[in-house]
Design a protein. Structure first.
Length: 91
């Protein structure tokens, strides 16, 4: 059985890889999987982004606009740093 210290070390060593541009709708469906429709997930994500002034300002500084259809690695990083990973598996 792992000690709490070993679990903490594993968490610190975990890497997250952002590999290139992703479509806005793909990222929206990852963050909002309860929506079966990509358009609905995208509308929800845009709404959440625009309701969070700090997040919206950071994304705008990285060239995000309401009509953005592809998220750059930097924009994905901003979302990740604010919302965390799209999926977490606990064991």
């Amino acid at each position: 059985m792992k000690t709490s210290n070993e679990n903490e070390e594993e968490m610190e060593e975990r890497e997250w890889v952002i590999n290139g541009f992703k479509t806005f709708s793909a990222v929206a469906q990852e963050y909002f999987p309860e929506y079966s429709n990509a358009d609905t997930a995208s509308k929800r994500m845009r709404n959440e982004i625009e309701l969070d002034k700090q997040l919206f300002d950071e994304l705008k500084a990285a060239h995000y606009v309401h009509e953005t259809t592809r998220l750059s690695p930097k924009q994905q990083q901003i979302l990740f740093m604010t919302w965390g990973p799209e999926k977490i598996i606990l064991r």
